[in-house]
Ligand binder design. Structure first.
Ligand SMILES: Nc1nc2c(c(=O)[nH]1)N[C@H]1C(S)=C(S)[C@@H](COP(=O)(O)OP(=O)(O)OC[C@H]3O[C@@H](n4cnc5c(=O)[nH]c(N)nc54)[C@H](O)[C@@H]3O)O[C@H]1N2
Ligand SMILES: Nc1nc2c(c(=O)[nH]1)N[C@H]1C(S)=C(S)[C@@H](COP(=O)(O)OP(=O)(O)OC[C@H]3O[C@@H](n4cnc5c(=O)[nH]c(N)nc54)[C@H](O)[C@@H]3O)O[C@H]1N2
Ligand code: SF4
Ligand SMILES: [Mo]
Length: 860
């Protein structure tokens, strides 16, 4: 038996390297594998490759990128010299490899980027109380010690809290709780919450009774997808926004015979790969299209000769479709069928009516209705994008109702729901679950939760709407950003900057000079996940990934947790009280607590077999346990994936229990049925931002298509004639990775505009264009294409804003320069409802951003 700790120490000292413990073990037990590092996957993982060429380790790919893949790095003498992805088993359709994308494979260029923040620093003209606050974003930086930085943060925390109360501290962190923990120990902090990802789905799905459904368990699993004859991707582009094996899964459905339709303002790479019939649509008008389709279904339905509407389904599983199936207390006239027919409002929702709004020919709307209603097994799959709009709730209602009307729910090959993010095309209970860290959680005594649409306004105007309650006053004087990019990713950057220049103190923990950091007073350099102990993370339902440390924290950076602990000390707290266990113990706990589904598809067992020797070698507390695979195997491989095959016990049909027995297995709505008429939704909206009708009714969207006209009746265009939408973009994960030069080179960042519009505006491919509205101005080179809906521009999500202080123009083309600030409905983020003017820029033409100077701090 060898002494692990000693080995690690000796190893580090002898090699002067950063390599962590697993490599150390591997190095001492190396098995040469013949020539080539890409020899047999299973044999070279975690082992030193032939000829001392290095050690392959699993490295974190931890961002909110829409997927989760295996990311391996080759470490030699403490240096990462190469990356690769999943080759732990042969690739096959049923058991696909979890292959990384261009971003993950460039992770080392992010971790070792020249722009990494090296030291704590403060703004030159900062002083307690703020100093010259207008200089935020343009001041010089001064290097300071950790001691000084933490002293300033601790004393300002105390001063601001004593003067203005804990509510005046706003913490924007999303994922990491360390700064939240610190501030919770000090009496609490204001936070924010919203529907940023999900759009209108988040606050509505449970009320509508599309249950957990249309969220994580709302569609069938990927093997069942192969039973669909028609797959409609409605505002979903997995080839860009869910990397990994999802596109491959869809291809299996295609091979099995499915036809594809995409309904999207862009002809996407997914449409191209699946050879889909592309139906171009205006952003934010999908509910109008769905209503036009449903009108046609009703109009053309004949139970005998042309059964398009599934009446049995509607009658048995839903409420509110017609006057005979209304909930108690509701006015029978408010039923959905009469709304479609225009019985009381005089406006039948015909394809002609819909066409004027959504821009799709009436004949096409009719043919969509016939295809969707007339095909036996259909997957109606939507991304979150069409719901990430102002007044988005009506879309969720209309889309769900279409699935109900056509009965494409709850049986093999039939599904209606969200297909997005890590769950794209493959839902059902997770087959693996990661364990918890074992850290205690600390409650936040402050109850303020600001809607994400209102944060900057709340700071500037001193009030916000507390959900379910009403207006609250707030006086925010301290913004602490940790593990989020709020100033980039929330609506209206110019207003955000104004808010940042108003408060007394702004701090950001970051690993590069992100936009949050740029507009701060003090910036603390944070270690990336390659520099921390390790963790376990799920992805699609069939995998669990773990990674361990690749290098020690670079320069003077510290892990999030280390920063939290040191700040606690400066605030006079005992960090051991809140962090009683080491980061290594936390990693071990996550591994030990991980479970995997048993063959029966119901029960779970521990994933890792852990021996007393393992525990001793790790130097942690624990109890030996019997699991599926040895701990070392999971750590060395970095992944466990449950093999799938047709007929196994892991398949999933969404809502099947409810469909089989609705009384015994009601859905989550008040009535226990799918609610086409939803009283709860209407009621909830009365204390929120704008009222939502109980049935799917068309509502013009704030800053939507109608607002591009000065006069809707004469169709005279207004000041802002173009609709803007923000596809999630391949070169980055939101704002993350946008600073990686290799990715900038591989994947340029233009604005997409149609050939028709470009011609009318005299814009040629590559010309710099100015996009402007009352919220902001931004530049981008134009990419003139025939694959976008005329009248719309596709401005990719997440570019690092770069504003010229004199003109206010952002040369990076950040999406949130143009997105307004209009909370609607229950507080839905309206990113895909924006509009602007587009014109040829008559200033200096833009250079490709790969040639721009990086944000590297040079201290004087
Ligand atoms: N206009 C518009 N806006 C949008 C969207 C849109 O489509 N259009 N999409 C929305 C969606 S879906 C989402 S989910 C949000 C995403 O919004 P954010 O979560 O704010 O976006 P990210 O860019 O992922 O920000 C993550 C930040 O955390 C930092 N970070 C990463 N790892 C660590 C770490 O270990 N420690 C610390 N301290 N920091 C770390 C990264 O550097 C980055 O700055 O954006 C939303 N905003
Ligand atoms: N490469 C990359 N992938 C990502 C992310 C990323 O930043 N980069 N972010 C991840 C995260 S956190 C999330 S939440 C998901 C988001 O996933 P989605 O919301 O599905 O992704 P989007 O790219 O915003 O939009 C999908 C498609 O909808 C189209 N679309 C936009 N607006 C509308 C509309 O109003 N109607 C219709 N019919 N179509 C519309 C877009 O053109 C695009 O092709 O993506 C994840 N995946
Ligand atoms: S999809 Fe996400 S997890 Fe997979 S390699 Fe790309 S960035 Fe990493
Ligand atoms: Mo998201």
């Amino acid at each position: 038996m060898f002494d692990l700790i000693k080995k690690i120490n000796d190893f580090k000292i002898s090699r002067r390297s950063f390599i962590g413990w697993t490599s150390a073990i591997a190095a001492t037990t190396a098995i040469p594998v013949g020539r080539g590092l890409i020899a047999k996957a299973e044999t070279n993982i975690g082992t030193e490759a032939a000829g001392g060429e290095g050690i392959w380790k699993t490295a974190a790919c931890w961002h909110n990128c829409g997927s989760r893949c295996l990311n391996k790095v080759l470490v030699k003498d403490g240096v990462v010299i190469r990356q690769k992805t999943d080759d732990t088993h042969e690739d096959s359709p049923d058991f696909p490899q979890q292959r990384g994308c261009l971003r993950g494979r460039s992770q080392r260029h992010q971790v070792f980027n020249a722009d990494r923040l090296k030291y704590p620093m403060k703004r030159k003209h900062w002083e307690p109380g703020g100093g010259n606050k207008e200089l935020r974003g343009k001041d010089e930086w001064v290097r300071i010690s950790w001691d000084e930085a933490l002293d300033h943060i601790a004393s300002e925390t105390k001063r601001i809290k004593n003067k203005y109360g804990n509510e005046s501290i706003y913490v924007s962190s999303d994922d990491s709780d360390d700064i939240r923990t610190v501030m919770a120990t000090q009496g609490g902090y204001t936070t924010s919450d919203g529907t940023i990802s999900w759009g209108a789905w988040l606050y509505t799905y449970d009320m509508l009774g599309v249950g957990e459904g249309l969220y994580v368990n709302g569609i069938n699993d990927r093997l069942d997808l192969r039973n669909s004859q028609l797959i409609v991707l409605w505002g979903a582009n997995p080839a860009w926004s869910t990397m990994g094996s999802v596109t491959y899964n869809y291809l299996q459905a295609k091979k099995a015979g499915a036809r594809f339709i995409t309904i999207d303002p862009l002809y996407t790479d997914s449409a191209s790969v699946f050879d889909a019939d592309w139906v171009p649509i205006r952003p934010g008008t999908d509910d109008a299209l769905a209503l036009g389709i449903m009108y046609t279904l009703l109009d053309e339905d004949n139970p005998v000769t042309n059964p398009l509407v599934k009446w049995d389904f509607l009658n048995k599983y839903t409420i509110g479709f017609d006057k005979d199936h209304m909930p108690e207390g509701a006015d029978p006239k408010d039923n959905f069928k009469d709304y479609l027919l225009g019985t009381y409002d005089g406006q039948p929702k015909t394809p002609e009516w819909a066409s004027e709004i959504c821009g799709i020919e009436p004949s096409k709307i009719r043919s969509l209705a016939r295809e969707i209603g007339g095909t036996e097994r259909v997957a109606l799959l939507t991304g979150w994008a069409p719901a990430r709009i102002n007044h988005g709730e009506g879309w969720v209602q209309a889309f769900s109702t279409l699935g109900m009307m056509t009965g494409h729910m709850g049986s093999s090959g039939n599904m209606t729901g969200v297909s997005c993010w890590e769950y794209a095309g493959n839902m059902g209970p997770k087959l693996l679950k990661g364990g918890g860290s074992g850290l205690p959680s600390i409650e936040n005594p402050v109850t303020n939760v600001i809607n994400e649409n209102e944060i900057w306004d709340a700071i500037l105007n001193g009030k916000f709407l507390q959900k379910g309650e009403g207006e609250r006053k707030v006086n925010i004087q301290f913004i602490y950003h940790n593990y989020s990019a709020h100033l980039q990713t929330r609506s209206n950057i110019p207003r955000g900057i104004e808010a940042h220049r108003k408060v007394e103190f702004v701090v950001t923990n970051a690993y590069a000079l992100t936009t949050n950091a740029k507009y701060s007073d003090i910036v603390l350099p944070v270690a990336t996940q390659w520099e921390t102990e390790g963790s376990v993370k799920g992805g699609n339902r069939e995998i669990l990934i773990n990674w361990s440390k690749i290098v020690e924290p670079l320069y003077e950076s510290k892990s999030d947790q280390q920063i939290g602990k040191e700040l606690l000390k400066k605030l006079g707290e005992d960090p051991e009280k809140y962090y009683p266990i080491s980061e290594k113990q936390q990693y071990f706990n996550k591994l030990a607590g991980s479970t995997v589904v048993k063959e029966n598809g119901v029960d779970y067992e521990p994933l890792c077999t852990i021996t007393a020797k393992d525990i001793e070698e790790w130097g942690v507390e624990g109890t030996p346990q019997q699991g599926r695979i040895p701990l070392k195997e999971f750590v060395d491989k970095g992944i466990y994936q449950v093999p799938r095959k047709k007929g196994d016990n892991f398949s999933f049909i969404a809502y099947k229990d409810f469909i089989d027995n609705p009384e015994a297995n009601p859905v989550s709505s008040e009535s226990g049925k799918f609610e086409i008429y939803c009283k709860a939704l209407n009621e909830a909206s009365k204390t929120a931002f704008t009222e939502i009708p109980p049935i799917p009714k068309y509502v013009p969207k704030a800053e939507g298509y109608e607002s591009t006209f000065e006069d809707w009746n004469t169709k005279k265009k207004g000041k802002y004639p173009f609709q803007v939408f923000n596809p999630h973009y391949l070169r980055r994960s939101h704002s993350t990775f946008d600073n990686v030069p290799q990715l900038r080179e591989a994947w340029p960042n233009p604005v997409f505009i149609s050939g028709k519009d470009a011609k009318e505006l005299g814009i040629k491919d590559g010309d710099t264009v100015l996009m402007s509205n009352e919220h902001g101005k931004a530049l981008r080179p134009a990419k003139v294409v025939e694959t976008i809906m005329p009248g719309t521009i596709g401005l990719p999500h997440g570019a690092w804003v770069d504003i010229d202080e004199k003109t206010g123009v952002d040369k990076a083309g950040a999406d949130n320069m143009l997105v307004g600030y209009i909370p609607t409905g229950l507080g839905t983020s309206g990113y895909n409802t924006a509009r602007c003017n587009v014109e040829k820029w008559n200033g200096e033409p833009l250079e490709e951003d790969v040639n721009w100077e990086q944000r590297i701090i040079k201290f004087k």
